[in-house]
Ligand binder design. Structure first.
Ligand SMILES: O=C(O)c1ccccc1NCC(=O)[C@H](O)[C@H](O)COP(=O)(O)O
Length: 237
């Protein structure tokens, strides 16, 4: 394990009572089309870091999100922050290449990872020193995830199976939080546009939020990171 821990980043919200803001470096969105011009990727990552994001993620799926391991390697080279891989995981090889590229964590979403592979891929990732978030969108997904005794879950406010074409709402996080045990860390993901959205997730007990589209579309991503984070207080569960 290296010094870049996503778990530690999320845990920090419990001490500071401020939620952490993570940025999803998403080149393309199935819903909104092209988001990041790769010729400005380095400058974009720099502005996120300047704004004070606590960690980064990137979807490496090339088909719907125009991501890839080359983009991930560029983000890795540009920033020393913890880096989470989003992918439709189904093979052990994908976990191994995540380590090779320099990811610190992977998200295995319960609704896209083949059920027979979920525990196996989680265990393999842990053996290789990766941190693991189990991604959920419904009560049923959450029950499946909690049965695996996770350190952290990611509540996706959008439906990744519908390729995030739904608008998404922080109400998904608000509805699921009462069922998450206090010791499990929570990252609330997707559909964050205003400081009020972030405040609602933090008030519901999410240690962190993951923001992609709003930052990519912003003229001043650093300022937006500060605005989203500074108006919110984390309420311990
Ligand atoms: O969540 C996943 O499992 C996933 C897998 C493969 C590709 C993308 C995946 N998720 C995408 C996201 O999580 C969103 O891009 C992220 O939450 C940012 O959302 P938004 O702020 O609404 O752009």
């Amino acid at each position: 394990m290296n010094g870049r821990s996503l778990y530690a980043v999320l845990e920090s919200a419990r001490r500071t009572l401020q939620p952490v803001v993570l940025a999803d470096v998403k080149v393309r969105s199935p819903r909104d089309g092209d988001l990041i011009d790769l010729t400005r990727l380095d400058a974009y990552v720099d502005s996120l870091v300047e704004g004070g994001v606590a960690a980064l993620s990137t979807p490496t799926d090339p088909v719907y999100f125009a991501g890839g391991l080359e983009v991930a390697a560029r983000i890795r080279a540009r920033s020393g922050l913890p880096l989470l891989r989003k992918e439709f995981f189904s093979t052990v090889r994908q976990i191994e290449e995540s380590v090779e590229v320099g990811f610190d964590a992977v998200q295995l979403s319960v609704n896209t990872t083949p059920p027979s592979q979920l525990e196996r891929l989680r265990d393999h990732a842990v053996r290789l020193g990766l941190e693991v978030l189990l991604g959920v969108h419904t009560r049923e997904h959450l029950a499946t995830a909690l049965a695996l005794d996770p350190v952290a879950v990611a509540v996706n406010n959008r439906d990744i199976v519908a390729l995030e074409l739904d608008p998404g709402t922080v109400r998904v996080t608000e509805a699921l939080m009462p069922e998450v045990p206090a010791h499990v860390l929570v990252l609330s993901e997707s559909s964050f546009f205003t400081a009020e959205d972030v405040a609602r997730a933090a008030a519901a007990g999410a240690e962190g939020v993951l923001v992609g589209t709003a930052l990519a579309k912003s003229d001043d991503p650093a300022a937006l990171v500060r605005k989203l984070r500074d108006g919110a207080w984390f309420c311990p569960r």
